[in-house]
Write a new protein. Sequence first.
Length: 365
Amino acid sequence: MILFLFFVVALALLLEKISLNLPVRNVRYHIGASKYSVEQGEKFYIVTTIENRTKHNISYLRIKERIPSCVRLCGEEGIVSEEEGEHTLFVRKYERVKRSIPVVSYLRGVHPFGKSELSFGDFLGIREISCEKEPTDKILVYPRWIESEKLDRIVNDLMGDITAKSFLHEDPLLVRGYREYTGREPLKSISFLQSAKCMQLMVKEFDHTRTPVANILFDVEFLGDFDHYFEQRETQFSLARMICESFVERGIHYRIITNMCYPEMETRGVNVVEGAGSGGFSRILDLLSIASGAAVCSSGELLSYAKEYFCEGAFLYIAQRDCPEVREELGRYFPGEEGVPYTFFGSEYEEDYRAGAEEKEGGAA
């Protein structure tokens, strides 16, 4: 009798160990967003997938998830804030469970998911074992479009002025010849076929064409009031998004010359991002979404670089706040009639930005 009881206890302990360890190794878990990139206030879904790849039922699975803090859940009671969720499941053998939660976000940026914690209980309900799952997905939220009649009029005037003027610039589709590489040309202009023929590095020489060209000086150096820092910074990024999108609609060649900090920067100083070509606007929109707002160099360095290396095209200046220091730098590098004719400051449209945010959040609730 004692031997039989010992056998039963040993078997129960063995089964308990198996029921705890098998799911940890054979359950697939993933959490992510239904869309990689979204507009502010756009409804999307947080999708959780659990797959039991064993031939045993999982009687108890508790999942503790940490969703990005920018996300708000859409429930029957409207918009609610929740950064951490917990739920329990019973998962049958070889079953795949999918759970979708409707959410919205009102904060520009790239927002990663936090670690998820999975806890498995044994079939006796005595113990449980936990493991953490590292997230791989992120949510990219774009800068918001600003509703402003004043801004619409200024942007329309700007588009008309630039379209009326044509500037001579290199066309990457028109190759007129080749010459020896000097080290000052960008690597993308190297012709590897011609280099192999000539046994030395050769670069393409492009012909020129006349099309409207715009240089957007996007200055993120902070010179202002910390009380309004967030709204003015976000308004600045929204202004850049609106203007770039207007250029795309009008077929205007444009580039962003900026001192903003973002991942995979080519240099730690001034960076130039071309808006023309396949996927040009999408690339710029992604950069405007993920940029931190920190400056990698001063306003003076940005303006000096633009003045030295970009002679053709109209210049626009977008900054967070209008102040004497900014006007002094603009006057130094773009004096008199050569000055920057169009300036956009986040501080000037801060109220429109705030009103739009309140309207979106109020409408969603």
